[in-house]
Write a protein that binds this ligand. Structure first.
Ligand code: SF4
Ligand code: SF4
Length: 269
């Protein structure tokens, strides 16, 4: 039988106290009250863990870097014990044919049950020749892994929107994941890089409630993306009053007026 997340964490040296702390932090991160902490803990203790297969397309790997360097030491330990068990070519020890065998094994063993985390995106130009993994274009690997997964997490702005490598003229035709995979639920977690704890919180949510988290109209988990920088910006009174900076060295800039006309993306970030 597949072990539980709790068993894995204990094996990795995480104490019961830290585990309960993780459940509390996650309940808070998910916008749930303290009453949900026992429910989360119970799910983590009793349900088989959700395997995670983590693939990399065109990207800079800093999404993974940020993950490994998550500010909270507990979060880092928990995150690594939750995701590094199956396949992540950046943080796993295996390489080459051994690593490829693990992908195939994970797909077969957990058919229909694993979360496919995708960092980066597939290039469509030149038959995907800009991103070849184990002799195959990344697109092929992505489509195969997607066919057998439960859901996809588009991890970071590259996977969610295209980001740097999709910038014009986009010679490789780098394309966000949702434009090539249309038959599976996709949870977008944009950010360059995104916040590491969102990954474990989303996986914990799916495990606890047996359903996908509610998404906003851009496909992002609502609980993490419901507030905009614009809502809390200290320049907001100037926005409301119609006081805008028109050039970087004008009087309005010196007075700290709103940067909307200078291209601020706060209203959509
Ligand atoms: S989203 Fe940003 S940090 Fe993540 S892989 Fe892409 S460029 Fe790197
Ligand atoms: S537009 Fe930008 S600078 Fe202006 S209030 Fe919104 S977030 Fe702040």
């Amino acid at each position: 039988m597949t072990e539980t997340f709790y068993e894995v964490m204990r094996r990795q040296g995480i104490t019961r106290r830290s585990f309960m702390k993780y459940c509390s932090l996650t309940a808070t991160a998910l916008g749930l009250g303290p009453a949900f902490v026992p429910q989360i803990a119970h799910a983590m203790e009793t349900k088989p863990r959700i395997p995670i297969l983590w693939l990399h397309g065109l990207e800079c790997t800093c999404c993974s870097e940020s993950f490994i360097r998550s500010a909270h030491p507990l979060a880092k330990d928990v995150i690594l014990s939750m995701v590094s068990l199956d396949y992540d070519d950046t943080i796993m020890a295996a390489a080459g044919t051994q690593a490829e065998a693990i992908v195939a094994e994970t797909i077969e063993k957990y058919d229909g049950n694993y979360i496919l985390a995708v960092e980066g995106n597939p290039p469509l130009n030149q038959d995907g020749m800009s991103c070849i993994i184990a002799g195959k274009p990344f697109l092929e690997q992505l489509q195969h892994a997607a066919d057998h997964c439960k859901a996809i997490i588009s991890w970071g702005s590259c996977a969610s929107y295209g980001c740097v490598q999709a910038a014009a003229p986009n010679p490789t035709q780098a394309t966000p994941v949702h434009k090539v995979i249309r038959h599976k639920p996709i949870i977008k977690v944009p950010g360059c890089p995104p916040i590491a704890e969102v990954m474990t919180a989303v996986v914990t949510y799916i495990l606890t409630f047996d359903r996908m988290p509610e998404l906003d109209r851009q496909g992002r988990p609502k609980m993490f993306y419901s507030q905009r920088i614009h809502d809390k910006c200290y320049r907001r009174p100037h926005f409301d009053a119609g006081q805008f900076v028109e050039s970087w060295d004008d009087e309005a800039a010196r007075k700290g007026y709103c940067l909307y006309k200078m291209g601020c993306k706060g209203p959509t970030t």
